[in-house]
Design a binder for this molecule. Structure first.
Ligand SMILES: [Zn+2]
Length: 72
């Protein structure tokens, strides 16, 4: 094989929501790039993985559970 630019094919990275059975598949060269794609699509990929719907629910629940943090 001669040299030249070797283009690696992006692989599929699956993100599964921790709260429901939604999954998101991103095609990317690295997990970091896949995470960026998922986040751009509304997914939370921090310590927990949440689909866009569950992320909204979790955010609302978090606000309700924080006493004295209500914003006027
Ligand atoms: Zn979900």
């Amino acid at each position: 094989m001669s040299g030249g630019t070797v283009r690696t094919r992006p692989r599929a990275w699956d993100f599964r929501c921790d709260h429901c059975d939604h999954t998101y598949r991103a095609l990317a060269d690295s997990r970091t790039a896949a995470r960026c794609t998922a986040r751009l699509n509304g997914w939370v990929t921090d310590s927990t993985t949440l689909c866009p719907g569950c992320a909204v629910v979790a955010a609302v629940e978090q606000q309700l559970l924080l006493p004295g943090k209500a914003t006027g």
